[in-house]
Ligand binder design. Structure first.
Ligand code: HEC
Length: 137
């Protein structure tokens, strides 16, 4: 009896934990950013997201930089920081952890957009970016 109750309690805890971990998905984040941008989620554009990812901007050292500088031309591949530390693939097809944690997503959008664009990304850019990555097979 006691054993049964304990097991039931643990099962509920386990479910709560997995629900918390799966609180967001690429689709729910796309909906969030579309709403923030004031556009229907169906108008987010993978093509614009890809162009944004590959667009180069002047770097501090005079060179060119883009999202692909670290995340590579193919976001299914492992990327590399400027000091050579590996970065897990950005595409959810290759890395199911991606775009499942809103706080992490926001933290890295802020940091990387400031780094590459010298400004924060707009909600529209974030939505298009995820729309592109999320349809990569
Ligand atoms: C200087 C290297 C670098 C550049 C350039 C870069 N990133 Fe990143 N990015 C990282 C690192 C490091 C992480 C965090 C490590 C990880 O999550 O594997 C990361 C993680 C992310 C994440 C987190 C996704 C998730 O759900 O885990 C997003 C979103 C992101 N980057 C967007 C961008 C965008 C948009 C650009 C271009 C404007 C960009 N990055 C350019 C290094 C870079």
């Amino acid at each position: 009896m006691i054993k049964h109750g304990l097991r039931g309690g643990l099962a509920v805890l386990g479910m709560a934990a997995s629900l918390a971990a799966a609180a967001e998905s690429p689709a729910s984040l796309m909906a969030h950013y579309a709403q923030q941008a004031g556009v229907p989620v169906s108008t987010l554009s993978p093509a614009r997201g890809e162009a944004f990812y590959r667009a180069t901007h002047p770097g501090r050292d005079g060179g060119k930089q883009s999202c692909a500088t670290c995340h590579t031309d193919n976001p299914r591949q492992t990327g590399k920081t400027r000091v050579g530390k590996p970065i897990e693939p950005l595409a959810p097809a290759a890395n199911p952890q991606r775009f499942t944690d809103a706080a992490k997503v926001e933290k890295w959008f802020r940091r990387n957009c400031k780094d590459v664009l010298q400004r924060e990304c707009t909600a529209q850019e974030k939505g298009d970016f995820i729309a592109w990555l999320n349809q990569i097979k």
